[in-house]
Design a protein around this ligand. Structure first.
Ligand SMILES: *Cc1c(COP(=O)(O)O)cnc(C)c1O
Length: 428
């Protein structure tokens, strides 16, 4: 497979864009190769500037649950574009999309749209602090909640991949309010409440996707719920990734736990830049202009993005049976990979919920971030390179999650497993 045009494009990009990319993980650093530059996508496939084709298990890091160039979403976007790109004034489609989401989630009585997951979470944290009248937040090691200052502490994938768990430029004065706990370990959360009487909220990826794929135990989430209620802290589920991915209702469709606030992103924009945060009325009513907690955005609720999101969600609701198919395919893929790896003595830990899947090059089960870090990242890098050369585009880090979209067939999955079998043989 030739990559000369991608290599040239990367060199040119590096002259004017730091690292040649607009988001660090795209640089492929942790897998020791150069990124491929994309020309376009179609269904399950990505095409690069050299004319190579890849099965896409990244799907723009989650949003493209119907694959590339889905006709329904494309049509909705083109129609919206013709009415104007942005008004900075309310449009009815925002209310319609809000109604749709509120009707689906018990925890969400009101919602506000923003332009990214980072913005959604940052705003949710501010609102939770304003509502609770407290300053500290609890987050879990390995969970990623976007790149805002107070959340950039032990923040999983991108940060770990580059060996800088926290970032220069983030004042310690800010992160001192961020208390760290261990995923799936309720004792570590109780310790936070013993150390601080000032905890405004707990934020968690209820199905973690940013330390690799690590679902929470249901008992753990229930205990978090109880602790938050007891200490009058706001429980925030960050479902930017798992929302409409793990199930139609995200993790809230998988676990019997109702949070106080929820953040969304990725799938709800159908590939356009959208984020959202919602929750109980009494919390959301604290938000400006109804309440005192300030939050705003020039392009928030952008009509083109709203129509893309609406088309995406309506199609998912209509085809909700898809989630079972997604999970069957995700299990077929991960089990196939595990079996193929085992043939060559390579241990693999696997998992899948709905359209999300993951695998760790690890002999032991992975329940938290420290476990994830014991995985063989060298082996992962070789696997990634081998698969890429054979036309299979996986997330370029051991600490990311893979995605199934509706365009990925059983045949494609079997081809993927066959290719992996060859790669395992090479790299064992
Ligand atoms: C991707 C992600 C974010 C950040 O969203 P952006 O749109 O990249 O800013 C936040 N939380 C979780 C759980 C995510 O997966």
């Amino acid at each position: 497979m030739k990559h000369t045009k991608s290599q040239k494009a990367f060199q040119e990009a590096q002259k004017v864009i730091p690292g040649g990319v607009d988001s660090p993980v795209r640089a492929f650093k942790s897998v020791g190769s150069d990124p491929i530059f994309i020309k376009g996508g179609k269904g399950a496939y990505l095409m690069d500037v050299d004319g190579n084709r890849y099965v896409d298990f990244v799907q723009s890091w989650g949003p493209l649950i119907f694959g590339h160039c889905d006709k329904t979403i494309e049509k909705a976007v083109i129609k919206a574009v013709k009415d104007g790109l942005s008004f900075g004034a309310p449009t009815k489609i925002e209310t319609k999309l809000a109604e749709k989401i509120c009707a689906m989630f018990e925890a969400v009585e009101k919602i506000r749209f923003v332009s990214s997951g980072t913005e959604a979470v940052m705003s949710a944290i501010r609102l939770a602090r304003g509502y609770a009248g407290k300053n500290d937040i609890v987050k879990f090691k390995g969970c990623y909640h976007g790149h805002s200052d107070s959340l950039l502490v032990q923040a999983g994938s991108g940060a770990v991949t580059f060996g800088t768990p926290s970032s220069p430029g983030v004042p310690a004065d800010l992160t001192k309010h961020t208390l760290l706990a261990t995923y799936n370990d309720i004792k570590s959360v109780k310790a936070c409440f013993e150390n601080s009487k000032d905890i405004a909220c707990i934020i968690i990826e209820p199905i973690a996707g940013n330390m690799g794929f690590v679902p929470a135990d249901e008992k753990f989430l229930k205990e978090l719920r109880a602790l938050c209620t007891k200490h009058k802290a706001v429980l925030i589920f960050d479902e930017v990734m798992s929302g409409f991915r793990a199930s139609l209702k995200g993790a809230q469709g998988v676990y019997d736990v109702v949070p106080d606030m929820v953040t969304f992103g990725k799938v709800i924009g159908g590939g356009m830049p959208v984020g959202a945060f919602g929750g109980k009325k009494e919390i959301m009513n604290m938000l400006s202009p109804e309440g005192p907690v300030y939050q705003a955005g020039t392009l928030s609720g952008n009509p083109v993005a709203m129509y893309a999101g609406m088309a995406s969600l309506e199609k998912l609701i209509k085809h909700s049976f898809l989630y079972e198919e997604f999970e069957e395919k995700a299990k077929r893929l991960t089990q196939g990979l595990k079996d193929a790896a085992q043939e060559h003595g390579i241990p693999l830990q696997i998992g899948a919920i709905g359209s999300m899947f993951g695998f760790f090059f690890n002999a032991n089960p992975v329940k938290n971030f420290d476990d994830a870090l014991t995985s063989d990242t060298n082996m992962f890098a070789k696997f990634h390179q081998g698969m890429l050369e054979r036309g299979f585009y996986f997330a370029c880090s051991q600490f990311e999650t893979g995605f199934i979209c509706s365009e990925i067939s059983d045949d494609i999955i079997d081809e993927t497993i066959e290719a992996a079998r060859k790669v395992f043989k090479e790299i064992k």
